[in-house]
Design a protein around this ligand. Sequence first.
Ligand code: TPP
Ligand code: MG
Length: 893
Amino acid sequence: MTDRPPVPYATGNTGEDDVEIREWLDSLDYVIAGGGRERAAQIMRRLRSHSLQRGVPGVLTLNTPYVNTIPLSEQPPFPGDRQLERRIKSLIRWNAMAMVVRANRRDGSIGGHIATYASAATLYEVGFHHFFRGKDHPSGGDLIFFQGHASPGVYARAFLEGRLSERDLDHFRRELAPGGGLSSYPHPWLMPDFWEFPTVSMGLGPIQAIYQARFNRYLEDRGLKRDTGRKVWCFLGDGETDEPEALGSISLAGRERLDNLIFVVNCNLQRLDGPVRGNGKIIQELEAVFRGAGWNVIKVIWGEDWDPLLSADREGLLVERMTEAVDGDYQKYSVEPGGYTREHFFGRDPRLLKMVEHLSDEQIRRLRRGGHDPEKVYAAYKAAAEHSGEPTVILAKTIKGYGMGEVGEGRNITHQQKKLTEDALIEFASRFDLPLSPDQIADAAYYRPPEDSPEIRYLCERRHELGGLIPRRVISCPSLPPPAPDFVDEFLKGTEGREVSTTMVFVRILAKLLRESEIGKHIVPIVPDEARTFGMESLFRQIGIYSHVGQLYEPVDRENLLYYREAREGQILEEGITEAGSMCSFMAAGTAYANHGVPVIPFYVFYSQFGLQRVGDLVWAAGDMQARGFLIGATAGRTTLAGEGLQHQDGHSHLLAYPVPNLVCYDPAFAYELAVIIRDGLRRMYEEQERVFYYITVMNENYAQPPMPEGVEGGILRGLYRFRAAVTGEARVHLLGSGAILNEVVKAQGMLAEKFGVAADVYSVTSYKELYRDALSCERWNLLHPMETPRVPYLKTVFSDSLPLVAASDYVKALPDSVSAWLPGSLLVLGTDGFGRSDGRAALRDFFEVDARHVTYAALYQLFRAGELGAETLQKAMRDLEIDPAKAEPVLS
Ligand SMILES: Cc1ncc(C[n+]2csc(CCOP(=O)(O)OP(=O)(O)O)c2C)c(N)n1
Ligand SMILES: [Mg+2]
């Protein structure tokens, strides 16, 4: 045996000979018996601080010994029918396994997971039978985040409940089969009446759950929803806790005392490749982390078989040994026969060996872990559900692939195991006493007892009593009326020369919406510590920053008109520096229409660089769960955000937004464009209840906002319109500009006319993505309907001639390039590919070649290529415009 490092959580027990320790323990028992636990706690606290003052090491620890948090003496009676529940669970285990095995027999590439649910079955079933409230419960439904890889178990239960048929199960991971199928993991987009929360990208479930629980509080504190004690349950894997998102926000839950939140970490000690912490103990590690973050921690480590052994452990030897063994050892014990555990675990000390001498090897092998014991799990859930003042995490120890026998249980390969041999199926069926014939077993046939069987009746009664089936996504949410008819008017007029940024315009729009009588209170501004950057600080005072406890201190700027006001009914979610957390608040708010039946309009305002790039996976999940609302990427544009440099200047978020199917994107240049876009977004999402959400960029460059030209509203929304016709005569070239770069394009229009006698039209492109999607959709329709009148992409209807075009934006060139196929003339694209630089706007636009000079030169070059401009004129223009042909290419420099 190799040398082990010191045991980090050892109790320090040296055995029964240590008389001094024995005396201290006896004294404590005496105090408990005479003065009660509180008195004992008081003495212990005092003893600890005294020890600290005396420099006694190792006194401060966030860990408790490696045993169940709830002692046997505190365990409540189990209210269910153990035998029936075991039979139901066995059937679910079987059907969950069968659907994966059958799917992979048919097609070995289909995948699916058996081992995850096999280890978590008890954790789920105790919840389903005794805790999870359904939507019809008088208090409303709990919100449950299922571990993505456990989905077969959830489907198998729905099968017993009669919600899914054998055909449905056979269509697991075959969503394209006739009649549809079951999605691999929880995806509300694919199963909109079933799944509520996309969780399978590890870490996203836990962080979403935290912000969901906080958002539930927010709705209650603001009077938008009654507090009925609804819980948020989140199931996650122990390996999953390595994801920064999984643990990164737990301190928020502790700080905000979210006792409506319960995490259940299935500590099967394994992840995909092997052990989670072979050389340590994941449960002890997580205990310290969560306790340090202010959580109530309940460890469920040992099943009832261990109770007599622990009661006999007067000297704490067993607890010591339990604490000493590492997870790698425990994994080994789960795959070896009982004799191995006797020798290697108990065999460390003859006194331990003696404790188990009455047990056979088989009995030792079957000593169950806490997470497989319904009574222990029930006790933990009950304590968690009743705990107030703190969120609770349940750390339940299980075996991965429980019941899969030789082919999976506890093995490193178990996560990927999708096919079971006939022998393994037989073993599985006998292990769980399944009433199946040999043929049914060999077939991995599904089994559902008759409707009037005790199992089905029990299952349905329990769910009925708890408020109905779970999971179930129900949408019953009123539409919101549009804002007042004159809502956009002030923005349509322009600013008459006054220079303002679109960020300022946005803040004004937001302030106006907040004052709207019908929809104002439904708006939720969300900021990750950037409100001052965006000029939103006036909202602090006006609508307040949400804080469940209000404001316990006098803010330093109390005398200011715009002081930092925190309030229980505050409307702003000021999240601090967490884009991931803010995004989760956006998702919780944006799905309140489904999860709460309350329409909520989140405006999440962030540095655009730290949006899709930083939290892209959450944005993807937001699309899946059909969150509604506005993502506002502020300080956008690679050359418009001056000074900040490489890691701040965003010239690609619009490209990153392309793949998210239901994300509608705009890069508006002017106040009226922004107002028209937001008004239409409100209509689509809150009046029409469309399954879309919005990404809009706003900039911090101040310029005069022009009045809206006649009749361009439709074009703004479709992605393009002619902003300014050629100043002199018929256009010879078309110039396309977006965002703040549209101003450079307008300047170029003037230069072309004045210095080169070239007439150019200027178009504002508000959304390349909209143009692209429209064109693709027309193309596809035409492909499939060759005999019908072809649909014409919007772009083609705007450009009826084939004049050359130049497009410039503050984003990468791929955006305009994406629509070039549908432009009749040849397109030359200017954009900001490359790493940003810290400098002023003029220098940046020169560097990235998107300023008015470069646009002008590009237009002349286009005319030269078209044979409309002589070589000499072009060369002279190049010199006059100070275009340097030897300049390094920005993308690589
Ligand atoms: C972000 C992300 N990375 C990787 C994966 C692939 N993956 C799926 S399950 C898994 C292991 C899960 O281990 P654990 O969290 O312990 O869950 P268990 O199945 O053991 O309950 C991995 C790496 C994923 N789904 N999401
Ligand atoms: Mg695991």
